[in-house]
Design a protein around this ligand. Structure first.
Ligand SMILES: Cc1cc2nc3c(=O)[nH]c(=O)nc-3n(C[C@H](O)[C@H](O)[C@H](O)COP(=O)(O)OP(=O)(O)OC[C@H]3O[C@@H](n4cnc5c(N)ncnc54)[C@H](O)[C@@H]3O)c2cc1C
Length: 411
């Protein structure tokens, strides 16, 4: 094992600085406009694609960085630039991770490139797990996948909600129930290829934050996909279902712990989502620090007051602590260390809560200016709020951590 070090290598520093330049020069200046427009910033995704920042190659390189911190470093820089545009750029990776986590090499090779398109014709992808009656409770999914043996096709029916890029994506990855009696264990993930009839966008949501990122319902009405669109393949699914049925026959509770398709995706992506939250928090902290040094009240910069300076000290401390948790979980995942204390959930919980707290403190330090859209901290605060909700709410992260450290089925 390598000696302990938190220092980034030369290549990692080069990537970080390159992304920082894009975040500062392209994303920041456009952030307010796309937040107001509440539309996917296609020209910026195109620009990112031309530079190689929006590409399968780039994310694959970061994903396979042996230290594990390639993805968190990239996420932090992009979301330091802007979270709404950032999510528009990296939203595709959630679907890509679902294919990586559950798919065969052939499926990864077929679908991952189609998710990104080309710099001349960029595409996005969507990961559709949540449903109106199945948010935190992933085992309650109602979307059904039924196998049509005669045609070797799967038929998908149901309504997905809150899907990032839902309906505007080229490739949708849909988590569906194959055997409802098995709860979470009876689920599988399917790729819905571009242009498949029966898949339509439902309501597009107007949101509090990350407004440049498209979030919508996805309606699946007799969507037929070829057998090879089942991620992992039918043989593997049949084996998994047989094992689950044996366990169920042995009296094990429905939906009890155990990996399912959606959870495999979330486990891999939680530290990366935490890193996004850190990017927002760091951005707000930097604005607040500058402001506190220059804003004069009672004849001195407001930072001269211990109350203000200590708040900034706490902001910075929590941001650094969150980053250490994210890097630890990312390093563990890359080095096949088991999450024995739910370290992935821990990192996402702490980073999400930190982003919300830091951005609210930043607004307070900017006084009236913090409350206006003349300054970016108001937008950053709105953007931060999603980080205690999606990819598992803070309560669900606590539940996962509590169950893992106690070994008890805490409810
Ligand atoms: C902008 C946005 C983008 C999203 N993108 C995607 C996406 O791309 N793909 C996708 O599949 N989903 C996506 N989601 C869905 C997101 O993951 C869910 O909103 C989230 O998991 C919470 O589910 P819910 O909204 O149904 O809340 P609920 O599960 O109904 O929770 C409501 C409240 O109850 C609490 N709660 C629930 N159960 C418990 C419990 N057992 N103990 C304690 N408290 C509990 C929750 O913490 C929360 O505070 C997105 C959501 C948003 C808002």
């Amino acid at each position: 094992m390598n000696p302990f070090s938190l220092a980034l290598g030369e290549d990692q520093l080069a990537v970080r600085d390159w992304l920082h330049g894009f975040a500062a020069d392209v994303m920041r200046p456009a952030a307010a406009e796309w937040d107001e427009r509440e539309e996917t910033p296609w020209p910026i995704i195109q620009e990112a694609a031309k530079l190689g920042i929006y590409s399968l190659d780039f994310y694959a390189q970061q994903y396979f960085d042996p230290s594990g911190v390639g993805i968190p470093v990239a996420m932090e820089e992009l979301f330091w630039g802007d979270a709404g545009i950032g999510l528009s750029i990296v939203g595709t990776t959630l679907a890509a991770v679902a294919v990586l986590a559950n798919g065969t090499d052939e499926q990864i090779g077929t679908w991952a490139p189609q998710m990104f398109g080309t710099p001349e014709d960029v595409k996005v992808a969507a990961f559709c797990s949540s449903e109106p009656d199945a948010g935190s409770d992933v085992s309650a999914l109602r979307t059904r996948a039924v196998y049509d043996q005669a045609k070797d096709e799967w038929v998908l029916n149901g309504t997905k909600t809150w899907a990032t890029n839902g309906g505007i994506a080229a490739v949708h990855v849909v988590v569906a129930t194959v055997d409802p009696a098995l709860g979470a264990r009876g689920q599988a993930s399917f790729v819905v290829p571009p242009g498949t009839p029966g898949l339509a966008q439902g309501q597009k949501f107007k949101k509090h934050g990350i407004r440049a990122s498209h979030t919508a319902e996805v309606v699946l009405d007799n969507v037929r996909v070829p057998g090879h669109c089942l991620l992992g393949g039918k043989e593997k699914l049949d084996e998994r279902l047989a094992r689950a049925r044996e366990r169920a026959a042995g009296g094990e509770a429905r939906g009890k712990a155990g990996k399912n398709a959606a959870m495999a995706t979330f486990e891999a992506s939680r530290p990366a989502v935490g890193a996004q939250a850190i990017g927002i928090a760091r951005a707000a902290y930097e604005v607040a620090l500058d402001y506190a040094k220059t804003r004069v009240q009672f004849g001195r910069p407001i930072i001269d007051n211990q109350g203000v300076a200590f708040t900034l000290a706490d902001m910075r401390t929590r941001i650094d602590a969150a980053r250490l948790l994210v890097w630890r979980a990312s390093w563990m995942a890359a080095n096949q260390q088991p999450f024995t204390a739910a370290e992935g959930s821990m990192s996402k919980l702490y980073a999400g809560e930190t982003a919300k707290w830091v951005t609210s403190q930043a607004m307070q330090l900017l006084g009236g200016n913090g409350f206006t859209r003349e300054y970016p901290v108001e937008r950053m605060h709105r953007d931060s709020a999603i980080y205690t909700i999606f990819e598992g709410t803070s309560e669900i992260q606590r539940l996962v951590i509590a169950r893992t450290i106690s070994g008890l089925p805490i409810r």
